[in-house]
Design a binder for this molecule. Structure first.
Ligand SMILES: [Zn+2]
Length: 141
């Protein structure tokens, strides 16, 4: 997982399993904030993060060719910002990650799948607001 240091701009490769521990930049040693935006990742990286991250992970299966996906993009960003520090939001291009999407039974875009400890917990499809995504995916408390 790559996170950019807000102090020196260095791109840090951090294993997903280190989320939750204080993250430090490998160049300037300053703390690197947890991601406050959706991370665009390939399926292989997404699978690794889903498996290893101690936090809940929402995977947004989207496509640049899908109008509802493009519509929902700012809401996905808001979701990531609102849950910075305990939720990871990943954007996976379903056209490229077609095999993974198929194996999960993703039929329409966007589809949001919530994983915890590598296992699917919930999912919902459609262009939803951050609040709708929260109430559908994130359990209270
Ligand atoms: Zn730095």
């Amino acid at each position: 997982m790559f996170l950019r240091c807000t102090v020196c701009g260095a791109s840090n490769e951090l294993p997903a399993s280190t989320l939750g521990a204080p993250l430090r930049c490998s160049r300037c040693r300053q703390p690197v904030p947890a991601p406050a935006h959706a991370l665009v990742v390939a399926a292989t990286d997404a699978k690794e993060i889903v498996r290893d991250a101690p936090w809940s992970v929402v995977v947004d299966f989207w496509s640049p060719a899908s109008e509802p996906s493009r519509q929902a993009a700012p809401e996905v960003e808001r979701l990531a910002r609102r849950h910075q520090g305990h939720l990871i939001v990943l954007k996976v291009n379903a056209d490229i990650a077609a095999e993974w999407g198929r194996s999960l039974g993703v039929r329409s875009l966007p589809t949001y799948v919530l994983f915890r400890q590598g296992a699917e917990v919930r999912r919902i499809s459609g262009p939803l607001t951050a609040e709708q995504l929260e109430s559908a995916l994130i359990p209270a408390g």
